[in-house]
Design a protein around this ligand. Structure first.
Ligand code: MRU
Length: 351
């Protein structure tokens, strides 16, 4: 089977004039695209989860820098860089955990600083944003191959949150490995956690897999221990929002619990993420900022309160899985098995 046959979803697009985002809050029932004309609009879209998933947030930020430059240049060609600063700050404040956002902003900033004065920067910045987008997809395909090569044939796998085309430039990280492994006949079935409170698994991962014709069963996160005890999965395969220099990996809340369960049951644990998700300045997981989101996300379901009146909620959006619980980190540059500081440094420095 062609591994790319069903890779048609592009959650982040450049229309030629605008940034176009698939509104992921409305999936799977409606496919509605929103066009953005300014960087602050894109920042609100990131904050409000129109677009989500670490690599997709990074790609969105890169295009948002283009929108900002276009507006700044048209207003005052002699001070376009200064005029963009507020937009860059707004984008950086949109969500704190996924480091791809900060990577993309720093990358675009470095290009801005190299561009000549007196020349419209929009074209060059757009080319770079498109390159970031393209490289993300290529990296995902490479990770798909590398990750699939770790999987022995025959058993199902478990995934968490959404890490597919919707969460990336296209194809996906963990879901990219699952796509590639399924296409090679290595896995017959995918189990997907529904992923409370945003239900990325139920609404997004299941949607992507059904479109690809890959058999998927949803489960409540609380059922993962029983799934493993019944020996139904060989790997847990997840993405990451930020990986620290020692291999600790932040990902959607609930991931850490899965890693503990996996170790207990002898199930292997794979983290799939591009090197743009690795933050060598974070010494370990304790340096990764964890986003706290509103209590209403836990207290309500589909906008309707389900919790008892008077109850509060604790709603961290991510948790950190210690490197010691991870069997393999798969990146586009290669696989790090049993990750630690030295191996991560070797990966990042090309040693
Ligand atoms: O809050 P979200 O939906 O942005 O969280 C997304 C995740 O945690 C993903 O697993 C992660 O970004 C990797 S996506 C390839």
């Amino acid at each position: 089977m062609n591994t790319h046959a069903h890779d048609s979803i592009r959650a982040v697009q450049w229309t030629g004039t605008h940034l176009r985002l698939l509104d992921q809050r409305r999936l799977p029932h409606e496919s509605v695209y929103l066009d953005m004309d300014t960087a602050p609009e894109a920042a609100v879209a990131i904050r409000d989860m129109v677009v989500r998933g670490a690599p997709a947030i990074g790609v969105t930020a890169a295009y948002a820098v283009v929108l900002s430059a276009r507006q700044a240049w048209s207003r005052d060609p002699s001070h376009w860089r200064d005029a963009m600063q507020a937009d860059l700050d707004t984008l950086a404040a949109s969500r704190p955990t996924a480091v791809n956002l900060f990577w993309a902003l720093a990358h675009m900033r470095r290009l801005m600083d190299r561009l000549p004065d007196g020349v419209d920067p929009t074209g060059e910045l757009l080319l770079e944003a498109e390159r970031i987008h393209h490289d993300d997809i290529e990296g995902n395909r490479r990770m798909g191959e590398l990750g699939a090569a770790l999987i022995d044939p025959g058993k199902a796998v478990l995934t968490h949150c959404n890490t597919g085309s919707l969460a990336t430039g296209g194809y996906g990280t963990a879901l990219g490995v699952i796509r590639s492994a399924y296409a090679k006949g290595l896995i017959p079935h995918v189990f997907a956690d529904e992923t409370r409170p945003w239900l990325q698994g139920a609404r997004l991962t299941a949607w992507e897999l059904v479109q690809d014709g890959i058999p998927v069963s949803l489960l409540c996160e609380g059922a993962a221990a029983s799934l493993m005890r019944e020996d139904r999965v060989s790997w847990v395969i997840v993405g990451a929002d930020r990986i620290a220099a020692n291999g600790d990996a932040a990902n959607k809340i609930g991931t850490y619990g899965l890693a503990v369960l996996a170790r207990h049951h002898g199930v292997r644990f794979m983290v799939v993420a591009p090197t743009t998700t690795i933050d060598m300045e974070a010494a370990d997981g304790s340096a990764i900022p964890i986003e706290q989101r509103g209590a209403e996300e836990v207290l309500e379901l589909a906008g309707k309160r389900v919790a008892a009146d008077g109850a509060g909620a604790w709603n961290p959006a991510f948790d950190v899985t210690p490197a010691g619980l991870i069997d393999a980190i798969v990146t586009e540059r290669g696989v790090v098995e049993q990750p630690d500081r030295e191996k991560m440094l070797a990966l990042m420095s090309g040693r």
